[in-house]
Design a binder for this molecule. Structure first.
Ligand SMILES: C[S@@+](CC[C@H](N)C(=O)[O-])C[C@H]1O[C@@H](n2cnc3c(N)ncnc32)[C@H](O)[C@@H]1O
Length: 237
């Protein structure tokens, strides 16, 4: 899908009525930016989104395999997309239901070129979706987070902005476009809060104040160390 075809689908999306579905739709500028990024990354192998609507139609025209995790809460966002003549149903897999349930039980296979998080917006649901997707965005691939003007999603945006695994390439309206860097994956089944950019300053301040020994061991254990050990570790503060 290139040039003229992409422009044509964007024009058709722009012409859809305002009440085409009632869950809030991506703006023309956002759709254009998604299309530009997908064309830049082409050929795509696999994409996914949470939530459904105009973006579903767009991805179905840009991606050879697009998975939609969505729940229609009476807003027609799934039915409008699935019944649209602009949808290419041969490339779309719909996983219908609350992502809080469908993502943990979904059998993921392989990595995604682009993932859009735009399903349920209440805290902690976008964070939960992030948990299931962040290990599966390929290096150089994109994670799109919509509605970063919502304070709880804004916090997630700031966490990702400070994270070594992501590079913010742009924000368009309320959508953030993050590119997966070459940084090692944060182990989803371990800890590592002290490695994360958003927390690093606090951790380093603590390290300065308490020294390496203090930062790595609980207070009750520190008390049991002889002065010589404490002196040794104080060099690393
Ligand atoms: C803001 S809309 C997505 C708009 C779409 N990206 C577009 O451009 O038209 C949010 C979507 O998330 C869906 N949704 C709401 N709660 C959900 C849940 N718990 N699980 C999955 N999808 C949910 C809504 O029905 C809707 O499809």
């Amino acid at each position: 899908m290139h040039g003229i075809e992409t422009r044509a689908i964007l024009e058709k999306l722009a012409a859809l009525p305002e009440d085409w579905h009632l869950a809030g739709m991506a703006s023309e500028r956002v759709l254009k930016a998604i299309a530009d990024e997908c064309v830049r990354l082409s050929p795509l192998v696999r994409t996914a989104e949470t939530g459904s609507g105009k973006t579903t139609l767009l991805f179905s025209s840009l991606s050879p395999r697009h998975t939609v995790f969505a729940l229609d809460t009476g807003n027609r966002s799934i039915s409008a997309a699935m019944e649209s003549s602009l949808l290419d149903p041969s490339v779309v897999e719909l996983v219908e239901g609350p992502t809080q349930k469908t993502l943990p039980s979904y059998s993921f296979d392989g990595e995604y070129d682009v993932v859009l998080i735009d399903g349920p917006h209440g805290y902690p649901f976008p964070d939960l979706e992030y948990f299931y997707f962040y290990p599966r965005v390929r290096k150089g691939g994109l994670l799109l987070v919509d509605d970063i003007h919502i304070p709880s999603i804004g916090r997630m945006y700031r966490i990702l902005k400070a994270c070594d695994m992501w590079r913010l390439i742009r924000t368009v309206d309320n959508m953030a476009f993050f590119e997966r860097t070459d940084a090692p994956l944060l182990d989803p089944y371990a800890d590592g809060w002290w490695l994360q950019g958003y927390n690093r300053r606090l951790y380093e301040r603590g390290l300065k104040r308490k020294g390496l020994l203090g930062a790595l061991t609980p207070k009750w254990l520190r008390r049991m160390f002889p002065a010589s050990v404490k002196r040794f570790f104080s060099r690393f503060a």
